[in-house]
Write a protein that binds this ligand. Structure first.
Ligand SMILES: C=C(CC[C@@H](C)[C@H]1CC[C@H]2C3=CC[C@H]4[C@H](C)[C@@H](O)CC[C@]4(C)[C@H]3CC[C@]12C)C(C)C
Ligand SMILES: C[S@@+](CC[C@H](N)C(=O)[O-])C[C@H]1O[C@@H](n2cnc3c(N)ncnc32)[C@H](O)[C@@H]1O
Length: 359
C-alpha cells in the first residue's frame, strides 16, 4: 500500500471512530460525550476496584445488615454511573410514563412539573429536592414555578455537575445544590415551604428515617410529594421469577431492599404526616414507563461497543465496561419489572406536615 492510500485508510478509520463515539455515542445528546466518561470523584485507576466493592456489597441486598454503610456505597454507585446516565439518558435520573405524541424529553418534564404543582410551589418559596442527582428535575421545577430550589445529594461529583448545568441554564440564582446525607440534613427545623423526592428515597435503608428528616425541615402546613420505587400488589414473594427480577433491580440500582407499595403511606403517617393523596402513576391510563428502556436496547448494545473500545484505548477508566454491563442487565430486569407489573418506580404519595403539631 502506498503512503497516500495508507493515509486515506487511516483518515477514514479515524473519522469512522469519531463518528461512532462522538456522533452516535451520546444517545440522548445531553452534553456528555462518550470520550468524557469518568468514575466521578473516583480516580481512574480505582474505578475497577470500587466497582468490585460495590458489587460484593449489593449482590444480596436483602442480606444487608450493615445499614449504616449503605450511603457510602450509594455514593460509590453514583460515582460509577453518573456519567453513563448523563450520556445515555440525560440529566433527569428517573422514569416517566410515556405519553402518546410526546417525546421522552417532554414526558419527563411533565412528570417533574406534576410534582411541583402537587406541592403548590410558587415564586419566592424555598423548596427542597431530596436526592437531586445532577439537577434535571430541579431546573425544570425552578423554571416552571420560579420557586427557589435547594437540592441535596450524597455524591460530590453530582454537586459539581449540577452546579455546571444550573449555571449553563441561567438558573443558578434559583437553584442551589449541597452535598449531604438526606438522613441527617444540614438544614434547620421548619425551614422549607415544600419538598419533593423523585426516585431517590428508595436508597434509604429505612424509609421512616428519611421521611422523619424531611418532616423536621418542613414548615408546619408545608407539602411533600414523593415518587417511590415499590413492589406492587402483583408481586408474589413465593414466585421465583418475581424474586429474581426484584433482586436484579435492587443490586443494579444500589437499593438496600425494595419496599411494598403498602408500606409507604403507613410510614409517612408514622412520622407525623397527613397523607393527602396516594396513587401509582404507572397505572393506566399512563403509558408504560419502561418503553423507553425497551426501545433503547440497540443503542445500549452500540454503547457497550463504544465503552469497550474507549476502555481498551485507555480513554475510559478500566472498570467502565463492567459498570456498563451491570446497567445493561439492570435495564432488562427493570423492563421485566414493568412488563410483569410487579414493580413501579412512581408510586406517588402527597403529604402535609400538620399546621398544629401535637405536643
Ligand atoms: C432511580 C434510579 C435510576 C433510574 C434510571 C434513570 C436508570 C435505571 C437504569 C439506568 C440505565 C440502564 C441501561 C443504561 C445503558 C446500558 C447505557 O448504555 C446508557 C444508560 C442506561 C440507559 C441507564 C440510564 C439510567 C437508567 C435508566 C435508581 C438508581 C434508584
Ligand atoms: C436516581 S437518582 C434521582 C435523582 C433526581 N431526583 C432525578 O430524578 O434526577 C437518586 C439520587 O438520590 C441521591 N441519594 C441517595 N442516597 C442519598 C442519601 N443518603 N443522601 C442524599 N442523597 C442521596 C443520589 O445521590 C442521587 O442523586
Amino acid at each position: 500500500m502506498d503512503s497516500l492510500s495508507l493515509f486515506c485508510t487511516g483518515a477514514l478509520l479515524a473519522g469512522g471512530l469519531y463518528w461512532f463515539v462522538c456522533v452516535l455515542g451520546p444517545a440522548e445528546r445531553k452534553g456528555k460525550r462518550a470520550s468524557d466518561l469518568s468514575g466521578g470523584s473516583i480516580s481512574a485507576e480505582k474505578v475497577q476496584d470500587s466497582y468490585k466493592q460495590y458489587w460484593s456489597f449489593f449482590r444480596r441486598p436483602k442480606e444487608i445488615e450493615t445499614a449504616e454503610k449503605v450511603p457510602d456505597f450509594v455514593d460509590t454507585f453514583y460515582n460509577l454511573v453518573t456519567d453513563i446516565y448523563e450520556w445515555g439518558w440525560g440529566q433527569s435520573f428517573h422514569f416517566s410514563p410515556s405519553i402518546r405524541g410526546k417525546s421522552h424529553r417532554e414526558a419527563t418534564r411533565l412528570h417533574e412539573e406534576m410534582a411541583v404543582d402537587l406541592i403548590e410551589a410558587k415564586s419566592g418559596d424555598k423548596i427542597l429536592d431530596v436526592g437531586c442527582g445532577v439537577g434535571g428535575p430541579m431546573r425544570a421545577i425552578a423554571s416552571h414555578s420560579r420557586a427557589n430550589v435547594v437540592g441535596i445529594t450524597i455524591n460530590e461529583y453530582q454537586v459539581k455537575r449540577a452546579k455546571i448545568h444550573n449555571k449553563k441554564a441561567g438558573l443558578d440564582s434559583l437553584c442551589d445544590v449541597v452535598c449531604g446525607n438526606f438522613l441527617e440534613m444540614p438544614f434547620p427545623d421548619n425551614s422549607f415551604d415544600g419538598a419533593y423526592s423523585i426516585e431517590a428515597t428508595c436508597h434509604a435503608p429505612k424509609l421512616n428515617e428519611v421521611y422523619a428528616e424531611i418532616f423536621r425541615v418542613l414548615k408546619p402546613g408545608a407539602l411533600y410529594v414523593s415518587y417511590e420505587w415499590v413492589t406492587t400488589e402483583k408481586f408474589v414473594s413465593e414466585n421465583s421469577e418475581h424474586v429474581e427480577i426484584i433482586q436484579g433491580i435492587e443490586r443494579g440500582d444500589a437499593l438496600p431492599g425494595l419496599r411494598s407499595y403498602a408500606d409507604i403511606a403507613e410510614t409517612a403517617k408514622n412520622v407525623g404526616f397527613e397523607v393527602i393523596k396516594e396513587r401509582d402513576l404507572a397505572q393506566p391510563p399512563a403509558g408504560p414507563w419502561w418503553s423507553r428502556l425497551k426501545m433503547g436496547r440497540l443503542a445500549y448494545w452500540r454503547n457497550h461497543v463504544v465503552v469497550t473500545v474507549l476502555s481498551a484505548l485507555g480513554i475510559a477508566p478500566k472498570g467502565t465496561v463492567d459498570v456498563h454491563e451491570m446497567l445493561f442487565k439492570t435495564a432488562d430486569f427493570l423492563t421485566r419489572g414493568g412488563d410483569t407489573g410487579i414493580f413501579s418506580p412512581m408510586h406517588m404519595i402527597l403529604c402535609r406536615k400538620p399546621k398544629e403539631q401535637e405536643k
